[in-house]
Write a protein that binds this ligand. Sequence first.
Ligand code: GUN
Length: 167
Amino acid sequence: MLTAEEIIQKLNLQEHPEGGYFKETYRSTGEISQDNLEDGYTGIRNYSTAIYFLLTSDNFSAFHRVRQDEFWHFHTGSPLELHMISEAGKCSSVIIGNDLEKDETPQFVVPGGHWFAAAVVDKDSYSLVSCTVSPGFDFDDFELAQRDQLIKHHPEHKEMIERFTRI
Ligand code: GUN
C-alpha cells in the first residue's frame, strides 16, 4: 500500500485551507450564467467540478460549508468519519468507506449549507476520496467556520466544534 506522501506526490495534491490535500481533476467547460443560478451565487459558475481529497489521521478537515450539495466518493485507505451540523442545528455523522459489512457508505451527499468536518477513522492512516459539486466549485461559495461564531449559533455542539476548528 502506498504511503500518504507517495499518493500526494503521484496525484500532485496541494494543501487545502480546510486541512488535508486536494487536486481539482475536472471542471466542466460549460458555464451557468448568474441569472440561472439560485440567489447567493456571486457570478458565473461551471456546470460541475471534481477533486481528489486526501486526509491523514494526524489531521482533520475543519468545519466548513459550501453552497452546493457535495458528493463524497470513497477510493482507498481508512474509512473517514464525516460530522455535519444542519442549518437547523441537527448534528449527524456518517462513515465513508467501502466495507459494506460494517455499514460504511461508499458514496455520500452532504446537503448544501450544512457545516461539515471530517477525520480519518484508523490510526497512522489516510483516506483518499473524491468530492464533486454542481454548480462547480468557487471559493466564493466556501466558508471556513470560525470557532466562536459557530459555537454562538450552535452552543449544544460546543465540544464537537472545538474539536474540528482551528480559527
Ligand atoms: N475545490 C477546491 N476546494 C474544494 C472543496 O472543498 N470541495 C470541492 N468539491 N471542490 C473544491
